[in-house]
Design a binder for this molecule. Structure first.
Ligand code: NAD
Length: 292
């Protein structure tokens, strides 16, 4: 079992750290929010006084923070103080450029590192069916697996530094666009007098099938796991979808890729969030598409 430092004990990091404790790892954690530190303590995490303290003498350090700037500032703070054998893993969703800069910081200090953003949301963080998308040197990714396996079900080795983040933003661009397409199809079905059930039964067994339809259906009472059944309480907040679509467009512009569907999805989620729905589940965009 490993000695793990876990920095960022929020909606995702809190339950992920708790799963490491359950698996028998010795976890030292830190968050800027005292309430989250108390919750982590109750779950068996040793709470440190600072990120640097949580990182000292650890085999593995995991960061789960809001954005690239937080990750870089945290890594700049802790990297000079960690043990030489430490493996650095960032599980946050951040821009590819910052992910590569974090790898560079670790490499300059002689440390192995992995970018390992997750798919699966807060439900996945608690019950551990997360998918990790990993980028880094092959030996570093291999070293990360025994720890990541205790927090998720699937670990995908996506390639070198930054590739995990690249996979994550490509995946979520697909998700944002397919959710809008699925929601639009239900809105069209409503105007054509086609029942939700009929469209679901037809499309879920035809070429319109997707995760957005069969696992996260944007209309209620068809899929037990849909936030639509709970008045679009997250789930995966529209604000987080918006963040990921922005990261995708930023990466597309920087790399010269043409992603018009991703660009339109970004505009629609910007409008949805600006209309006061940032905290709702992203599948709630169907209400905006109905003109409500
Ligand atoms: P969150 O805001 O709940 O948690 C982030 C935590 O980081 C906060 O508790 C904050 O206090 C802490 N923090 C910020 N700076 C810190 C510092 N310097 N030292 C210590 N703690 C610090 O966010 P979350 O929902 O847990 O998401 C974390 C990451 O995972 C984000 O990058 C997000 O995009 C990604 N993600 C979230 C979901 C989801 O459904 N919530 C799903 C997949 C990926």
């Amino acid at each position: 079992m490993a000695r793990v430092g876990f920095i960022g004990l929020g909606n995702m990091g809190g339950p992920m750290a708790a799963n490491l404790v359950k698996a028998g790892h010795e976890v030292a954690g830190f968050d800027l929010v005292p309430f989250l530190c108390d919750e982590a303590r109750k779950a068996g995490t040793h709470v440190a006084d600072s990120a640097r303290e949580a990182a000292k003498g650890r085999d593995v350090i995991i960061t789960m923070l809001p954005a690239g700037a937080h990750v870089l500032s945290c890594w700049q703070d802790i990297v000079p103080h960690v043990a030489p054998h430490t493996l650095m893993i960032d599980c946050s969703t951040i821009d590819v450029e910052s992910a590569r800069a974090a790898h560079d910081l670790a490499a300059k200090a002689g440390l192995a590192s992995v970018d390992a953003p997750v798919s699966g949301g807060t439900g996945g963080a608690k019950a551990a069916p997360l998918t990790f998308m990993c980028g880094g040197a092959p030996e570093a990714v291999t070293r990360s697996m025994p720890v990541l396996e205790n927090m998720g079900r699937k670990i995908v080795n996506c390639g070198l530094a930054g590739s995990g983040q690249a996979a994550k933003i490509c995946n979520n661009m697909i998700l944002g666009a397919t959710m809008i397409a699925t929601a639009e199809a239900f809105v069209l079905a409503e105007t054509l007098g086609l029942s939700h059930r009929a469209l679901f039964d037809a499309a879920s067994t035809s070429s319109g099938q997707s995760w957005s339809l069969t696992s996260y259906c944007p209309v209620p009472d068809l899929v037990p796991t849909s936030p639509a059944n709970n008045d679009y309480k997250p789930g995966f907040a529209a604000a987080l979808m918006l963040k990921d679509l922005k990261l995708a467009q930023q990466a597309a512009q920087a790399s010269g890729a043409t992603t018009p569907m991703g660009a339109v999805a970004l505009q629609l989620f910007q409008l949805f969030a600006a209309n006061g729905h940032a905290g709702e589940d992203f599948s709630g965009i169907i209400t905006m598409l109905r003109g409500q």
